[in-house]
Design a binder for this molecule. Sequence first.
Ligand SMILES: [Zn+2]
Length: 245
Amino acid sequence: MAERDGAPLVAILTGAGISTDSGIPDYRGPQGLWRKDPEAEKLVTYAYYMADPDIRRRSWLMRGESPVWRATPNAAHEAIAALERSGTPVRVVTQNVDGLHQAAGVPDRKVLELHGNARTVLCTACGARSAMERALERVAAGEADPACEECGGILKSATVMFGQALDGEVLAQAVTVAKACDVFLAVGTSLQVQPAASLAGLAAEHGARLVIVNAEPTPYDSLADELVRTPIGESLPRLLADLHP
Ligand SMILES: [Zn+2]
């Protein structure tokens, strides 16, 4: 990594568990709300979304009500941002779409969002990106299914829906980080969703110290150098403080 210059590279993979203290429940994990509610899951499944205007109408209403818009970073997000500010090379790889790592102050270029970002809207026809805030204003003003202002195409949030592949470029960068890092922390993720989970194994295989911070056991626990079960908001600031130069 270009900015390594001797200091150990710290990779931090984060999942839904890091954002629950910010009031955002787990939606998309194996035990997540969407997986347990087939009707809700349709709203975030690409084929249904593209085929059915009523699904899109309901999906826009759900986005408008998302707790993400009111959420602020918690102690764990702040601790990661503080580590980055300390000069330690840090890369965040996240399964979350809430943008809270950047809100805490981690530069955008150091955050790899495996599942995209809910604060951005993407046109499925022309690829134009715009602010979610603007689209939600249009919904509030009465447009049930706002179309792309450039080309009239179907808009969606810039997140990876069920049935969509991850962004190959983002995933490739995450693999590079996993192979190159000296310490790999998996925080608030059950490590059950691939390919994100395999990054932990890849890091361990390439000699990184693997630390898993999660309330429940994960399939990668046997590879871990350290397992932390205490709440993330307490344990992560302490763990990361030890990594400051
Ligand atoms: Zn468009």
